[in-house]
Design a protein around this ligand. Structure first.
Ligand code: BGC
Length: 234
């Protein structure tokens, strides 16, 4: 008898490539494996890292990918923090050819959201990593590819310029934290979310910061856990 499908969930980031294998109920079958994102972060170099990492995890039947850019029908439309050669790549079909397994791809913040939302009301997800990811869910239904990152916030600065990794490195943790608090206020004013989920590698820097009780902090792990949801209709 064929066993229930395992999902290889991949989170491609500007700093790290992470993956894990989840069982048919979405529970991890192994530790999350991680490798630094190669530079230049071309499709070829990232495919190589993914291929190498898969040798460390159990077998899988299907693949889910969170990608740091706009994705439409499995095809990459933007990749602000990776190599420009990603634009136009059919990520879903290339990975399908590489592994011989079906692949579903979505924006990384969208996938992260699937891993942490409650499914009630208007929920916003902001990921604080190399870039700034954003996602919006209405009663658990995704509004795909919300790209707040490249929206102008102030003085010619985009949200990503303001709270992305390079901003953190240049202004330091204290000022960056204040900036994140401004982003929280700003997004509340515009989107009137019921819950705001903060994820991504740098969200942990906020663990001792007093935040409104409608703001939830999540570990970067929800980036790979959410991949399971991409396959939940099957
Ligand atoms: C990209 C988004 C992505 C975010 C986090 C931004 O630069 O435009 O699509 O979600 O980085 O990786």
């Amino acid at each position: 008898m064929k066993s229930l499908p395992n999902t290889l969930s991949i989170d491609i980031g500007g700093t790290g490539v992470k993956l894990i294998v989840l069982d048919a109920k979405g529970s991890p079958l192994c530790d999350r494996e991680r490798e630094e994102t190669p530079h230049p972060a071309t499709p070829e170099s990232i495919f190589r890292v993914i291929e190498e990492l898969t040798h460390k995890v159990p077998e899988f039947d299907r693949i889910a990918v969170g990608f740091p850019g706009v994705i439409r029908d499995g095809i990459v439309e933007t990749a602000a923090n990776l190599d420009v050669h990603w634009v136009g790549v059919n990520l879903a079909s290339q990975l399908e050819q590489c592994f011989g397994k079906p692949v579903r791809v979505a924006n990384d913040a969208d996938v992260q959201g699937f891993g942490c939302i409650s499914g009630k009301g208007l929920e916003m997800v902001i990921t604080l990593g190399t870039g700034m990811g954003s996602a919006l869910f209405v009663n658990g239904v995704l509004v795909p590819n919300l790209e707040l990152a490249h929206h102008q916030l102030k003085k010619g600065m985009t949200y990503e310029d303001y709270v992305g990794r390079y901003a953190l490195e240049s202004v330091g943790k204290k000022k960056w934290t204040k900036r994140v608090q401004n982003v929280i206020e700003n997004t509340k004013l515009v989107w009137n979310w019921d819950l705001l989920h903060l994820g991504g590698g740098n969200a942990k820097l906020l663990k001792d910061v007093e935040l409104p009780d409608t703001v939830r902090l999540h570990s970067n792990k929800s980036g790979v856990m959410g991949g399971f949801v991409l396959w939940q209709d099957v």
